[in-house]
Design a protein around this ligand. Sequence first.
Ligand code: NAP
Length: 269
Amino acid sequence: MNTLTLNNGIQIPIIGCGTNTYGKENRAYQGAITGETTEIESALAAGYTLFDTAIAYRNEAVLAEGIRKVGVDRTKLFLTSKIPGDPAYVGTDDLVHQNVTNSLQALNTSVIDLYLIHRPWDDLTDVLRVWKALEDEVKSGRLRSIGVSNFNNEQLQYLLDHATIKPSVNQIESHPGKWNDDQIAFGQAHGVTIEAWSPLKGVSDDAKAVLSTIGSAYGKSWAQVLLRYQIDRHVIVIPKSHDAQRQRDNLSVFDFTLSESDRLRIQTL
Ligand SMILES: NC(=O)c1ccc[n+]([C@@H]2O[C@H](COP(=O)([O-])OP(=O)(O)OC[C@H]3O[C@@H](n4cnc5c(N)ncnc54)[C@H](OP(=O)(O)O)[C@@H]3O)[C@@H](O)[C@H]2O)c1
């Protein structure tokens, strides 16, 4: 698996598996948890090692159960979870630590590779307080890396200015029509690795048509072209599919090279 090195020296796979509708009724984000592990099992069989879950997804335990069923060595995996930026979860430092404990138990692991603040809130001094509690979790060895999600440049700069442990990741939305290139450039200029959420969702039919045309020269789909484009600029992608073949397809993006003119064309989408 191709990796990037985070600002704390830890290796992270450049492509991972999103999970936000796995193990849920009707494959719906808000759907009731069914405990179904089929997609986790097929993703592991396809070769995914990075899995992206969150407390808000309610499926950390489903991920753990899929991993248990397949029997894969935990040390080969890179598990990401996220804590909601909501007073019910982060209102006190004790709550932060309790929720880390809950995530560790649900994921059936003694350490989580990457733990993110899922969304920022207005009071940045309070965000910093929560960040400090997460720093303590890194120091005590329960979290290997910590980062943020959906932080704008100003919010990220505040943490960079005041944190002892710099955020290693900012996970943001990025796809054609909403690349968020300024956030990508800002994060990367400050040593913060960018992960693209919804790398495939929300892509217009027009953009898909252009990407498909580009892909036809390489025998690749619009989705594979798009994932490769992000990977080439060192943006981690976490596509999610409920289809085992598409899970495999989304990993099969390292056996072709986009030309410079293709990359310039994609950049305009
Ligand atoms: N931090 C945040 O705030 C945040 C927000 C949103 C998402 N996320 C994370 O990012 C992950 C990915 O985002 P996402 O799940 O919203 O969307 P996504 O992975 O960008 O797209 C999922 C959609 O694309 C389809 N798809 C997947 N592979 C395909 C392929 N090769 N060809 C054609 N269609 C394909 C899937 O359909 P099929 O299932 O039918 O293949 C599904 O409809 C989430 O699962 C979650 O882990 C984080």
